[in-house]
Design a protein around this ligand. Structure first.
Ligand code: ATP
Ligand code: LTN
Length: 338
């Protein structure tokens, strides 16, 4: 009964790859919005481990990290009683639908994906076909649940557009089957930049940990990383993402976490020098993350609880996903027995 009530709400689907360490970019661009939207939506939050192995992962670390990410989703404020949180590999329907979608995805479309191009340059020794067909698997994650909304950072916009195209193509060629999802990309904070090179996005698998704030970084580490963040040598505080990207990035983080308009942050710090801004921002982040880190530690010491959430969620997810997959099998023309 409980499940029916939640499912009657519009549906959100989102996921993060268990690679690297969850970082402030992921939180501001994605997770913060998951928490904000959960009152009005039924949330399906996936630890996308199938996606993570498109890049080489150490198996023991992957296993530990996937559990840690699930605990961090909950610690960030996702209520596991009202939403579902699970491992992508625990719901085989994702891989199954991905295959069918692959047979409806053109190579020309995949060739245009900038994430594929970026990751191929970064991992030249392992340009595998999973990396190439990654967007069809992502589309499967979303379309299986008939998602209404997909809250992601700006870098996922292109994948979301392809997901919409694939849904429309399938619906048109066969008959209406998938809901065509809308992206939810916040106006501010959808693209948090690297602290040392503010012309590229903050990435949780960056080789240099000074480029990102990990959500589990110790307070002293957070303060140090913000203090060392690259800004220009000016003293006036202005928001100019093109010419002063480092400063603009710090102002954005301040504005989103402090829930203040950027203009108000500027008024507060203009003329005070970047040192004061950085010190206050460092403290703001530390204070913001302290309750999150406390909750995370509690959850990681209750492994049985975490495991029960993941198992129950995966069972619910399989049930919903199978409804869509059976429909797809029928439309495509696969033999089905009653
Ligand atoms: P990796 O470096 O391991 O490839 P990533 O940091 O790019 O990872 P993903 O797992 O690809 O993270 O993304 C998870 C979510 O976080 C997505 O919704 C993505 O758009 C969002 N995201 C990632 N980086 C940023 C960022 N710098 N600013 C805002 N949102 C981000
Ligand atoms: N491709 C996304 C992660 C992802 C995702 C999803 C996001 C996989 N499946 C479904 C939203 C919905 C990325 O951030 N690299």
């Amino acid at each position: 009964m409980e499940q029916k009530a939640t499912e009657s709400k519009p549906v959100i689907v989102s996921g993060i790859q268990p690679s690297g360490q969850l970082a402030l970019g992921n939180y501001v661009g994605a997770m913060k919005n998951w928490v904000k939207l959960q009152a009005d939506y039924f949330g399906i939050y996936i630890v996308v481990d199938l996606h993570a192995i498109t890049v080489r992962q150490n198996p023991a670390e992957l296993r530990q990290r996937a559990l840690s990410f699930a605990a961090q989703y909950i610690a960030a404020g996702i209520d596991p009683e009202k939403n579902i949180i699970f491992m992508q590999s625990h719901v085989p329907q994702h891989s199954e639908l991905a295959w069918i979608l692959n047979c409806n995805t053109y190579m020309g479309e995949l060739n245009r994906m900038t994430q594929f191009k970026d990751k191929s340059t970064k991992h030249e020794d392992n340009i595998n076909s999973g990396l190439y067909t990654y967007p069809s698997l992502m589309a499967a994650d979303i379309l299986l649940y008939q998602a209404d909304l997909v809250p992601v950072g700006h870098d996922q916009k292109q994948h979301l557009e392809l997901t919409r195209t694939l849904a429309q193509r399938f619906n048109h060629y066969y008959s209406p089957t998938f809901k065509v999802p809308e992206p939810y990309i916040a106006a501010s904070g959808a693209r948090i930049m690297s602290l040392q090179d503010p012309t590229k996005k903050m990435s949780k698998s960056d080789d240099n940990p000074n480029n990102y704030i990990a959500l589990l970084d110790e307070p002293s580490v957070i303060l140090k990383k913000i203090k060392r963040a690259v800004t220009d040598s000016g003293t006036s505080v202005t928001y100019d993402a093109k010419n002063r990207p480092g400063l603009a990035n710090l102002l954005t983080i301040y504005s989103v976490l402090g829930e203040m308009a950027i203009d108000d942050v500027i008024t507060q710090y203009d003329g005070k020098g970047f040192g004061v801004l950085k010190e206050d921002l460092g403290n703001l982040i530390v204070n913001y993350l302290t309750p999150f880190q406390r909750k995370y530690k509690e959850l990681m010491s209750e492994k049985n609880y975490l495991e029960s959430i993941l198992k129950e969620s995966a069972a619910k997810a399989q049930h919903i996903a199978q409804r869509t997959l059976s429909k797809v099998h029928r439309k495509v023309g696969f033999v089905q027995f009653k």
